[in-house]
Design a protein around this ligand. Structure first.
Ligand SMILES: [Zn+2]
Length: 265
């Protein structure tokens, strides 16, 4: 299925600059407005900023809920000094053993957004990548189009892998990426309620080692690149690294450049 880079293509996204770090944070609000939230979601959605619910809201039970906290920011590029980019790899269907060797030899920092359905036949493969320093993060149980699901189902899709990866990898994910870059407010609420600290999107999609640029012709500092675990992974990845290097960029670790609070479990 075609992937769209969400940072710019998501016309519904309202983006603001976080003052402290200049992070671009977007909340896809329009689609959410088009949805009919679940009863519990409805009540909670109506209380975004501590305002009391309207008098006619017949939901006394939900009025006792503790404040749910702010929704996680959606990030597709990172403010950096210097020519750095961030490589993220999604899903996990293909498990090329030689790829682990390449990452180990070249010391490439990676963030992996794994779909449980894709990795459950061999969690160990990704442990090999984790030992090179790769972060293991959350990309749902089954890779659905989240906007088609209720809040409860979205929450199950996000909380499920968080628990499983905590057991398998010894570290609970704190970053979430939605399949196809498609989110609504229920997705962000579910991510928050599964203790995800940020939702990470991307600027460039890399297919077969070729980078599709979102801004004309080249990489920009702080860009997040989206790669998939695919056949021919090692050769394609080398080609991408060559292109990154030719433009004077190098891969950096998200953990070193995003605020520490996004990694607090
Ligand atoms: Zn995916």
């Amino acid at each position: 299925m075609a992937l769209r880079p969400p940072a710019r293509a998501a016309t519904a996204a309202a983006c603001t600059l976080i003052a402290a770090g200049g992070l671009t944070a977007c909340h896809d609000a329009t689609r959410a407005a088009a949805r009919t939230p679940t009863p519990s979601g409805n009540a909670r959605n109506r209380r975004p900023s501590g305002k009391p619910p309207k008098a006619h809201t017949p939901a006394p039970a939900t009025m006792t809920l503790a404040p749910a906290g702010p929704l996680p920011p959606v990030i597709s590029n990172v403010p950096v000094h210097g020519r750095l980019v961030f490589i993220t790899i999604d899903d996990g269907w293909e498990k090329d053993p030689s790829f682990v060797g390449l990452i180990r030899r070249e010391h490439i920092p990676l963030t992996l957004f794994l779909t449980n359905a894709a990795v459950r036949d061999d969690y160990g493969y990704f442990r090999g990548l984790q030992r090179t320093g790769a972060l293991i993060e959350d990309h749902t149980m089954t890779h659905p189009e989240m906007r088609k699901l209720s809040y409860e189902k979205q929450r199950a899709e996000i909380c499920g892998p968080a628990g499983i990866y905590a057991r398998e990898y010894g570290a609970r994910p704190t970053l979430f990426r939605a399949p196809y870059g498609a989110t609504d407010t229920d997705t962000l609420r579910a991510a928050r309620d599964c203790r995800m600290k940020a939702v990470i999107f991307w600027r460039e999609v890399v297919t077969g080692g070729r980078i599709a640029y979102q801004k004309p012709g080249r990489l920009h500092p702080g860009d997040i690149l989206l790669v998939h675990f695919k056949p021919n992974m090692t050769a394609d990845f080398k080609r991408m690294l060559h292109t990154i290097g030719k433009q004077g960029f190098r891969p950096a670790a998200l953990k070193k450049h995003l605020p520490a609070r996004y990694f607090r479990r």
